[in-house]
Design a protein around this ligand. Structure first.
Ligand code: COA
Ligand code: ZN
Length: 331
């Protein structure tokens, strides 16, 4: 079924247009609401060579907090030598005026959770590990088994502090070091994460290697493996398949999508990683399809345009340049 508020003006068709379209098979069910989870302040900024001042980060996060996002990944609690850009996580958190938005902190280990709990203002945790040993070693300097042990301890700590914890499995669709990632391995890791206390599972296409059929199949299989948990998708648009991969994930039942303002993003430990799928482009497309996001698209476009010169990088977002076409298509 086409969602009811799709910009395809089905309700306004003439009888002849309606007859012509009635021969077209309806697409599969899509969710009517998708949560766009903003990760720009963390995944986006972590890959910028020059250090962005805490005040600029705070301005960005505070602006994002007014635009309707339910969750914003604002910082990570990782080793400052590993990602110098995130070394000021505590200072950034001290300046945030979050309103009703939930602020999420990425954590790689128990020490990260302890820092997150100590600094205050964090509403949820995103524990990251990789689907491949090579990427886990490069990124986190530990084996997957060690990461899973840390996840168990982290989930227990989070639970006693009353914070939800999501597990993000990066390089789930392809690895810059190992190439092909067996789907069974991803499903096994996801099942372990669920058993260890993760309340949501996210699969990451860290270097944009996924294709839509693969995304669809892996999420369908994941929904069978961990049927009780919400599923999220974290896509990078490195090879231009981001929007198609997102639609494939939605067709598979996913209703949470990470995205970053302006399409900023990357991973310093994954060669070839580029930006996340872009928040404005994603909201624009979903809105056009008739899927609500609760996000103020025009406000987000204005924010992306205002933010670009302040960080001194060219953002790959497209709707921030072209503007929304949704108004023009409604009749
Ligand atoms: N934040 C700050 N410091 C940390 C830390 C954290 N989350 N985790 C460990 N440390 C400190 C320890 O306290 C210890 O300090 P000390 O030498 O003063 O005693 C030191 O780091 C070494 O601890 P160890 O557990 O051996 O960590 P490591 O050096 O093996 O590094 C990680 C492991 C996970 C902390 C590091 O690889 C990392 O931060 N990776 C994250 C990379 C990232 O953010 N990638 C992009 C997002 S996916
Ligand atoms: Zn990412």
């Amino acid at each position: 079924m086409m969602p009811p508020s799709s910009i395809e003006p089905v309700a306004q068709l003439s009888p002849a247009e309606r007859a012509a379209l009635s021969a077209v098979p309806a697409p599969c069910d899509l969710p009517t609401h998708v949560e766009v989870f903003e990760v720009g302040p963390r995944d986006g900024l972590q890959n910028i060579a020059s250090v962005v001042p805490a005040a600029v980060k705070i301005d960005l996060i505070n602006r994002l907090c007014t635009l309707g996002f339910r969750r914003i990944e604002a910082v990570s609690f990782v080793h400052p030598h590993a990602v110098p850009q995130m070394a000021d996580a505590e200072a950034v958190m001290a300046g945030i005026d979050k309103g009703t938005a939930q602020i999420v902190g990425l954590v790689p280990n128990v020490r990260g959770v302890e820092r997150a709990l100590a600094c205050g203002g964090i509403d949820a945790l995103n524990f990251v590990l990789s689907a491949t040993e090579s990427q886990n070693q490069r990124n986190l300097r530990q084996s997957i088994a060690e990461s899973l042990d840390a996840l168990g301890e982290s989930a227990a700590l989070a639970r006693s502090a009353g914070l939800p914890l999501r597990a993000t499995i990066s390089t789930a669709f392809g690895c810059p070091f190992e190439g092909y990632v067996p789907p069974e391995r991803v499903l096994d890791i996801a099942e372990r994460c669920a058993a260890l206390g993760a309340g949501e599972i996210c699969l990451g296409d860290t270097t944009g290697m996924a294709v839509p059929t693969q995304v669809y199949r892996l999420f369908r299989a994941l929904a069978l493996r961990v049927p009780a948990l919400p599923l999220a998708v974290h896509l990078h648009n490195t090879r231009g398949s981001g929007a198609a991969n997102l639609m494939a994930a939605l067709h598979a039942g996913v209703a949470i999508a990470d995205a970053s303002i302006g399409g900023l993003g990357g991973c310093p430990f994954a060669p070839g990683a580029t930006g996340n799928i872009c928040s404005e482009d994603t909201v624009h497309m979903l809105s056009g399809v008739g899927i609500s996001t609760g996000i103020d698209l025009e406000g987000l476009i204005v924010a992306a345009r205002a933010f670009e010169p302040r960080i001194g990088v060219h953002l790959p977002g497209q709707v921030m340049r072209a503007g929304s076409s949704l108004g023009a298509l409604r009749r």
